[in-house]
Design a protein around this ligand. Structure first.
Ligand SMILES: *[C@@H]1O[C@H](CO)[C@@H](O)[C@H](O)[C@H]1NC(C)=O
Ligand SMILES: *[C@@H]1O[C@H](CO)[C@@H](O)[C@H](O)[C@H]1NC(C)=O
Length: 303
């Protein structure tokens, strides 16, 4: 998908953490693992997100989209972004939590740092679009961040209205399987990302685990969800990575929605939540506070 490659190059060019972006980047480590984004991926029609357009106007709140662990803005909720744009929404996304090299595997670094990056981005979207409130849709770690950022970052809950979290590991999940998203580039891509994550380290993986730092912060909070935030958690009974009980937020005002309540035959798994039309329907319902059958039920990907 040529547009995806262009956008990705632009993103790489724009990317900078602490001014080190000008350093030459080694493309391989001593073991011969390549840090470059695999071409099997960039050529996939599942790859590539629309550019952020702060001049975009909509009668809906602008929507910030947060990808999951090991993913990035070009791979995960990117197709949903196009769909929402087609429905008149303005959407915005950013890769957070990536090591400087490779910058295309996001969500790995300390989640407290990622929460600051995301809070800055939410403020930027709110200010540049001039909207009074912003909505957030997050998948997996992005779903966790969609409630963690308003909980921990000053002033964010005041400028956020709807929050939709897909399979968020609120009460602790183990790392194995988070890289399954990368099956979209084939088994080779998935294996490569798994090896790179092992090489680079993944503080976020520890923090999301049972007894991890973020898991414990949620457990210690009086309320995970902040006043004025309308939270919908969407979970699938076929999600073996983040089981329903791990993603449920049992607080007044939170809607915990099971995919199978509206689509009983949908066996969608954790990664598949990002692409499943049964789930997209529930997301749009949450953003618009309706129960319309936006899409017919689909049988999502099992992984
Ligand atoms: C951004 O949105 C504005 C307003 O809808 C539109 O006129 C403009 O063409 C868009 N820019 C890009 C690069 O898509
Ligand atoms: C992917 O590769 C792993 C090991 O390299 C193998 O165990 C697994 O069966 C493969 N999966 C698919 C779907 O081919």
């Amino acid at each position: 998908m040529a547009i995806g490659i262009q956008l990705f190059s632009a993103l790489l060019a724009a990317w900078s953490i602490g001014g080190v972006s000008a350093l030459p980047s080694p493309s391989k480590d001593a073991r011969g693992l390549s840090f470059d984004i695999p071409s099997a991926l960039t050529s996939s029609n599942l790859y590539g997100a629309p550019a952020n357009n702060f001049s975009c106007e909509s009668s809906h709140n602008p929507v910030v989209m947060l990808h999951g662990l090991t993913a990035n803005r070009e791979v995960d909720l990117n197709l949903l972004q196009y769909e929402l744009n087609g429905r008149g929404y303005c959407t915005f996304s950013k890769t957070y939590g990536a090591h400087v090299i490779p910058s295309w595997i996001g969500g790995l670094t300390d989640m407290r740092g990622s929460a600051k990056q995301i809070a800055d981005f939410v403020r930027e979207v709110q200010q540049k679009t001039g909207a009074s409130k912003v909505d957030i849709v997050g998948h997996s770690e992005g779903g966790v961040q969609s409630v963690y950022v308003p909980l921990t970052q000053d002033g964010i809950s005041d400028i956020v209205e709807h929050i939709v979290a897909l399979g968020p590991a609120i009460h602790g999940a183990t790392y194995y399987g988070f890289t399954d998203l990368w099956y979209i580039g084939g088994n080779v891509t998935r294996t490569l990302v798994g090896q790179l994550v092992d090489l680079l380290g993944c503080p976020a993986c520890e923090q999301l685990a049972p007894d991890g730092l973020v898991t414990n912060q949620f457990a210690a909070a009086d309320k995970i969800v902040q006043d004025g935030n309308k939270v919908t958690v969407i979970a699938s009974s076929s999600d073996t990575l983040v089981p329903v009980a791990v993603s449920t937020i049992d607080e007044p005002g939170v809607k915990n929605v099971l995919v199978q309540t509206t689509c009983p035959d949908d066996g969608v798994g954790h990664a598949g939540l990002a692409w499943d039309k049964s789930v997209w329907r529930l997301i749009i319902n949450a953003l618009e506070e309706t129960d319309d059958e936006v899409f017919p039920c689909e049988n999502g990907l099992a992984f």
